[in-house]
Every structure is written in C-alpha cells, then in structure tokens.
Design a protein around this ligand. Structure first.
Ligand code: NAG
Ligand code: NAG
Ligand code: NAG
Ligand code: NAG
Ligand code: NAG
Ligand code: NAG
Ligand code: NAG
Ligand code: NAG
Ligand code: NAG
Ligand code: NAG
Length: 725
C-alpha cells in the first residue's frame, strides 16, 4: 500500500519545493536597449504599418477601441458603483436613473520634472479607492473610473511607472514597500547619483552603464542623441528593475528591453484595470535647429501602446508602435522588407516626452547670467566650472544632437499639409515645447469622446513654481486655432494668467465647463486640480523647481502627504479647513454629464447644485482669490540638514536651478562627446575613410570621456561645504 504511494508523494513534494523557489528569471542586460534592425516586416498588403484617417472621418486604433470597450463593459460599472453607490447616494442621485450611462473620464499629468511626477503621485493617491483616507473622504474612486491617462514630460514618468510596475498603490511605487517594489529612489540624483563629483568611481560606473546601453543602440546604425542617456537615467528610477543594491552595477538591465508596445502584456492591463496610457511629444520642424519655444504649428505627437500618431489635421495618421524605428516611405520600409523592432524602449518614450535639451541651450544664457549676477560664482573654480560647461554646451549644440531622433514612418504622407513629409527623421522634443504643458491634445480628440477631463496640474508658472493658468490658456488657443475639426474645444476659462490668479482658480480645485449650452455638450467638463499651498497654512514643500533632480526621503514623504491632504480636502471659502462635502462635490462633477445622456435629462441634484456654486468657474461671476486666506506661497525646504551631497552644495550656494542642471549638463555633454568619438571610430573602422576624418572635429573632446583629464575645476573645493554625508 505504501510503496506505490511513495513516488507520487515524492514527486508532489519535489514540485512543491520547486514551486516555492522563486523563479530564476533573467533580469536582462543593459545592452537590451539596442533595437533589432533586421526583422522581417509584416506583409503590408494585408497588415499595413500606417493608419491614415481624416479629421472628418477620424478613428482611433481598433485595439485601443477594443480596450476601452472591454474596460467600459467589464470594469467601469463596478468602479462607479463602488464609488457612488447603486441607489440614492449622498450626491442626491439615484444611480439607477442613469441606466448604465456613465461619463467617459480622462486624466492629464503635465510636465515639470520630478515635481510634476511627485505632484501627480500625491494627487492620484488622493483619488485612488485603494487609499483608505481618500476612500473615506469620498474622493478615492475617481482614479478607478478613468478611461485614459495622458502624461507629458515629468507626467509621462509617473504614467510609465504606473504601467510598468503593474498599476501599484502610489506609496509602494514612490517610496517602495520593502518587498517587490523599491521605490523611485529619488534620493539618488538622476544625473549624478553618487554626488556632484562626476569623476567618483560610482558615478563613472553609472555613466559607463548608461553609455553601454546607448552604444549598443548606436551600433545598430540608428542615430542616437542626448535623449538616449537621458532615457536610461529615467529608466533607473521609474521602471522596475533598479534598487539600491544594484544601482551602481550592470547586474540588472535597469529597464532596458522593456517596450511601450508591450504594455498590453502587463497583467493589470490585461485585466483592463488601468486607464489607457498615452504620452505626448512635440516636434521640431526637421532642419530648423530651433532652440526656442515652438509656435503652435509643428505637429504634436502622441505615443500609445499601439501607435505613434498625431490627430492634428495636417497629419492625421498613426504608425504601429512595434515597428517604430523603421524608416518608412509611403508606408513601406525603405530598407526592403527589413523592419526595426525594440526601438520603443519605455525609457526612450518617456525620455522623448521629456526631451527639453534643445531648449536647454538657453541654459547657456543662464550660466552667463549666473556669472554676471552671482558674485560667489564670479571667481575661481565656480567661474571655471561655468566656463567649461558653456564650452561643452557649445560643442553639443553644433552637433544638433539635441532632440529625440525617431526614424520617420510618415515620409511621403500628406505632402500638401504635413511639414516633415519629405523628411526621413522626426525630431521629437519635450511635449511642453509649444508651451502647452498639459497633455490635453490626446484627450480632446473627437473620436475619443471624453466627457470629463481631470487635470492634475503640477505646472510651474510663477516665481514660486505654482501654476498660473498659462498652460491651460495655451491649449485653449491651439485647440481653437488649429484643431477645430479634429478636437473638442476647451470650456470657458479666465482669459489671462492675471485673471486666473485674481479669481484664485489656480489655487484650489475648480470645475470648468459646468454649464454647456448644447446637447451633446460643446465641450467636456474639466476638473482642474492645481498644485497649491496647504489649506491649513503650513509651509509648502510641493512647489519645487522643475530642475531639482533629487529629493531626500523626508521631503518625498512630506510632499506626498501635503498633496494627498489637499487633494482630499477641497476648500472652505474664507477659512483654512477642509470642506466636509468635497468628496460629494467631486462625485457631482464626475457624474454630471451622465444626466444629459438619458432622455429626458435628469436635473442636477440640490447638493450638486450647491457644490457647483462653490467649485465651478462662472465667467460672468468669477470667484476671488480673497476666499483663500492664510496660505503660504514660498517654498520652505523641509529637510535642510539631511540633504544629499549634491543638494548640500546647491542649497549652500542658493543655486538650485543652475546647480542641478550643472550635473546633468556636464554628464550629457561628456556622453555626447564620448558618443561622437565612438561613432567616429566605428566609422573609421568600417569604411576606412580615415583621410576624411579630422581629429579636431571635436576639439574639446579629442579623448574618450573616460580618459578625460580629471580637471580640478570640476571638483568642488572644500570651502563650498561638506560633501560627505
Ligand atoms: C551583456 O551583454 C554583453 C554583450 O552581449 C555581454 O558582453 C555581457 O557579458 C552581458 N552581461 C551580462 C551581465 O549578462
Ligand atoms: C537594412 O537591412 C539590412 C538587411 O537587409 C540590415 O542588415 C540593416 O541593419 C538594415 N538597416 C536598418 C537601418 O534597418
Ligand atoms: C470613414 O472611415 C471608414 C473606416 O474607418 C470608411 O469605411 C469610410 O468609407 C470612411 N468614410 C469616408 C466618407 O471617408
Ligand atoms: C518588471 O516589469 C516587466 C514589464 O512589465 C515585467 O515583465 C517584469 O516581470 C517586472 N519585473 C519585476 C521584478 O517586477
Ligand atoms: C557597466 O558596464 C560598462 C561597460 O562595460 C562599464 O563602463 C561600467 O563601468 C560597468 N559598471 C559597473 C558597475 O560595472
Ligand atoms: C541646422 O544644422 C545643420 C547641421 O549643423 C545645418 O546643416 C543646417 O544648415 C542647419 N539649418 C538651419 C536652418 O540653420
Ligand atoms: C497645415 O496645412 C495648411 C494647408 O492645408 C497650411 O496652411 C498650414 O500652414 C499647415 N500647418 C502646418 C503647421 O504646417
Ligand atoms: C503591428 O503589426 C503586427 C504585425 O502585423 C500586428 O500583429 C500587430 O497587431 C500590430 N499592432 C498594432 C498595434 O497595430
Ligand atoms: C504630393 O504628392 C503627389 C503624389 O505623389 C504629387 O503629385 C504632388 O506633386 C506632391 N505635391 C507636393 C506639394 O509636393
Ligand atoms: C504666468 O506664467 C507664465 C509662464 O511661466 C509667465 O510667463 C507669466 O509671466 C506668468 N504670469 C503671471 C501673471 O504670473
């Protein structure tokens, strides 16, 4: 009896043991950043790589439509019920009366570097049903009913991070959970994680690792740029393969090989648990070499898990993202049947949306400004540092290597209206380059038919880094001037930044477009949630500079907590206390358009009416900033003692902006130099056209970056403050 059982038992035990051993899966290799260049293209006669449409006959990608349909049918009814209930609720409606018609909601997270990513995180935690305080306040649940999430620049980092970490809770994602999530590690600066001495061993190993990835890509023959090392830096923090232990090693791929087009394989996406993610990038007319802000004309692109596309009428086309990186002409690979895959690295997509380097050349003016203005830097090494930086910048600039280079898939298309139709490359740059800092363009696309657009507004506009409405005004203008046919229009807002400030609507939650005149409404309802001072009058810590590239742990925690508190609190006019009805008011705004989807329309409930009087912007009767007393607007560093090496130096010198840039700029300039050297060497080897190469093509960088002399002027003199921890 026992003998026959032994074997199965042993096998069962063995398999039990085996299944309890963590799977040994490969963490990949940093060289997985390289695309594959010789992949068989799909048969374009049956599976075209390009999708074209017109503003009049617009369509979204069928796989996007399918995702939205499935989420709308399978997930959103439960999410609405969980948030608003099913019968009569505190909002005064009987949800059953809506007959299953719910508004379609999108969210936008704008640019502004780590501040805007952190503001996005804090705000989302206050709208997340999984967050207990938010749930209790009645605000937690808005996140769960969203169909779209659009990110731009710093906003694209949190968007990507949420996706590639499988849609976790915010605190786990940003601060780590001591288990499978390691947090954003923002204590380690993006540019110089081992402190400001770029020649420290650890920094050198880090740079080496970044450049190894970039060279792997360059080795495939695809042009790289300053955006590539930047993309790799972003990956270390916002993707899921980096922790404190492996940060300065090559033991992990650090996100190399994770592709935006593979988002559909992420478990939370497969279960339709996430909104559909999109990031925005602008384009610089190819060959223009622009280093200033753009006009409204150049095409605005979006990158979804399906496509790189633009709904701007002058292009109206999208390309299968899996094959991004392939030069197409009239929809066909210019390299025969060879296509490229693996170009859409998640870090590169986020880096493209945040590729502000062409604009950064105005940093040179900053440096000049610094030299003249700030006496502490007018002498000795400080000036030397600035001098070398500006020299390097000049070198980089002449290479026009300052944009994200995307092989153009749109060559030959729409040659009457599409400005880059005759070009083989797209020069993509930071999504805020035309001053539309908020990723509204995908969310206003008519075919997407959104009813409600939540703006998680972390833009820095005024001298204290608070928003002043100017980014919204820019989008309203571009929508009205260029996108009338293709996009919905923006609801009424204060006409100028001054009017925004005067009305106070940039400093407390505001609903725009509450009272459309037409049915269906002529614009969506916009829920505007601006970064603003703590309502209780505390010193603010969330209005940090865009170019601050590291945050102490203590600052991160306080930042999230302040924003979370404001997000669940609303405001009470003429007071410093939370609004006990705010959760209901937010529910009123989210559900309002559903009233118009049933016939006859349902009238607004009494409590929602009351809410709207407080939170809606009425252009004929604007509110006043005087209703917001006792706010403190000036940033106060919550952690001036426990700061990292780089910040110690920076805050000592009151040089946050320029200093934070300094590390980044030095590194990027050196990367470019290294790349140029390396590319040149490759070219020499391959084509043996040694004659035509001049060693002084790159006068400042004749040697390899790692051989670069350790100039004393890079090292901070001791008197500038303690560099040790
Ligand atoms: C990564 O790939 C490179 C090139 O293929 C190889 O030399 C290196 O050993 C790999 N590293 C690891 C950690 O697998
Ligand atoms: C073009 O195709 C050839 C093979 O047909 C391949 O070796 C090469 O890498 C391709 N180049 C690009 C840029 O895709
Ligand atoms: C609109 O697009 C659809 C497919 O997306 C097509 O079947 C239809 O013919 C188009 N209509 C016009 C007027 O172009
Ligand atoms: C990281 O994300 C990738 C892509 O979403 C996933 O395949 C992988 O399992 C994740 N790794 C960890 C350690 O969570
Ligand atoms: C990672 O690899 C690159 C390329 O070989 C090297 O420069 C760098 O020092 C390595 N980093 C570490 C920590 O080994
Ligand atoms: C842009 O830069 C490239 C390379 O330096 C140069 O050939 C081109 O003439 C420049 N274009 C303009 C419009 O200045
Ligand atoms: C778009 O096309 C129109 C012609 O239809 C043209 O007038 C306009 O300048 C184009 N816009 C851009 C930004 O190229
Ligand atoms: C991209 O092309 C491949 C091959 O035709 C196809 O399987 C895939 O569904 C396409 N993806 C999208 C998003 O269109
Ligand atoms: C656009 O392309 C068509 C067809 O290829 C051609 O006939 C026409 O001349 C082109 N127009 C311009 C402005 O280049
Ligand atoms: C609003 O912000 C914009 C963009 O930063 C700035 O140019 C403008 O001066 C600001 N206006 C006011 C009144 O603060």
């Amino acid at each position: 009896m026992r003998c026959p059982r032994r074997r199965p038992l042993r096998n069962a035990l063995l398999s039990l043991i085996a299944s309890s051993i963590p799977p040994v899966y490969s963490q990949g290799n940093v060289t997985d950043y390289a695309p594959a260049t010789n992949v068989q293209c799909p048969d374009i006669s049956t599976a075209p790589l390009i999708r074209v449409f017109t503003p009049q006959n617009q369509s979204i990608h069928p796989q996007e439509a399918e995702y939205i349909t499935r989420r709308t049918q399978d997930v959103l009814p439960g999410a609405w019920a969980d948030w608003l209930g099913t019968g009569v609720g505190g909002h005064g409606y009987n949800i059953a009366d809506f007959q299953g018609n719910f508004p379609k909601v999108g969210m936008a997270i704008p640019g502004g570097g780590l501040r805007s990513a952190m503001y996005g995180a804090g705000c989302i935690s206050g709208l997340d049903a999984r967050d207990e305080a938010a749930k209790n306040a009645g605000t937690g649940g808005l996140l769960q009913v969203a169909s779209y999430l659009a990110g731009l620049s710093g906003g694209s980092w949190i968007t990507g991070s949420l996706m590639f970490n499988n849609w976790p809770k915010i605190s786990d994602m940003v601060l780590g959970n001591g288990n499978d999530m390691d947090g954003w590690l923002l204590e380690l600066s993006l540019a110089t994680p081992d402190g400001i001495n770029i020649f420290s061993n650890k920094n050198q190993e880090y740079f080496g690792s970044l450049l190894w990835s970039v060279r792997a890509k360059a080795d495939t023959g695809i042009d790289t740029s300053i955006t590539d090392p930047w993309a790799r830096m972003i990956s270390f923090h916002f993707l899921n393969q980096t922790n404190r232990k492996n940060f300065f090693t090559n033991d992990s791929a650090h996100g190399a090989g994770q592709l935006w087009s593979k988002i559909p394989q992420i478990p939370a996406y497969q279960q339709h648990q996430t909104p559909f993610p999109i990031v925005v990038a602008d384009s610089r007319p190819v060959g223009s070499n622009l280093t200033t802000a753009l006009s409204f004309d150049p095409i605005v692109y979006e990158i979804s898990p399906m496509e790189i596309a633009s709904y701007d009428p002058n292009l109206s086309a999208g390309m299968n993202l899996t094959y991004a990186g392939t030069h197409l002409s009239n929809g066909r690979s210019i390299n025969g049947s060879a296509c490229v895959t693996g170009f859409d690295q998640a870090g590169f997509v986020m880096g493209t949306s945040a590729s502000l380097f062409n604009i950064m050349y105005s940093i040179q003016q900053l440096f000049d400004f610094a030299r003249n203005k700030l006496s502490s830097f007018s002498n000795g090494d400080g000036a030397g540092l600035l001098y070398i930086l500006s020299r390097q910048l000049r070198e980089v600039r002449t290479r026009a290597d300052d944009v994200a280079n995307w092989p153009s898939p749109f060559n030959g298309l729409r040659n009457e209206t599409f400005e880059d139709s005759d070009k083989n490359w797209l020069e993509l740059i930071d999504g805020s380059s035309n001053k539309e800092n908020i990723p509204y363009s995908p969310l206003f696309v008519r075919a997407r038919a959104l009813d409600v657009i939540v703006t998680i507004e972390g833009t820095s506009s005024d001298s204290n880094n608070w928003p002043n409405g100017s980014a919204v005004i820019q989008s309203q203008e571009r929508l009205a001037r260029l996108l009338l046919q293709s996009h919905q229009q923006f609801p009424p807002i204060p006409p100028t930044a001054e009017a925004f400030i005067e009305a106070g609507v940039n400093a407390r939650p505001t609903f725009f477009g509450c009272d459309p005149k037409q049915s269906p409404p002529e614009f969506p309802l916009v829920i505007y949630l601006p970064n603003s001072p703590p309502i209780n009058g505390d010193d603010p810590v969330s209005n940090t500079n865009t170019f601050k590239l590291a945050y102490t742990r203590k600052h991160q925690e306080l930042f999230l907590s302040q924003v979370h508190t404001n997000t669940i609190s609303g405001f009470t006019p003429n007071a410093n206390t939370p609004d006990p009805n705010y959760g209901i008011c937010l529910q009123c705004a989210a559900i309002d358009r559903a009233r118009l989807k049933v016939s006859p329309p349902i009238s607004r409930s009494a409590i929602c009416d009351q809410c709207f009087q407080q939170y809606c912007y009425d252009p004929l009767n604007p509110p006043s900033k005087l209703e917001l007393p006792g706010r403190k607007y000036v940033f106060v560093d919550p952690d001036p003692v426990g700061i990292s090496k780089i910040e110690g130096f920076l805050s000592k010198n009151k040089f946050a902006l320029i200093g934070a840039f300094a590390g980044l700029v030095v590194f990027l300039a050196l990367s470019i130099a290294g790349l140029l050297f390396w590319k040149k060497r490759q070219t020499q080897q391959r084509y043996k056209r040694v004659q035509s190469m001049h060693a002084d093509d790159v006068p400042l960088f004749r040697s390899r970056y790692s051989d670069h002399p350790r100039g004393e002027s890079y090292e901070l003199p001791n008197h500038r403050g303690p560099l040790g921890r």
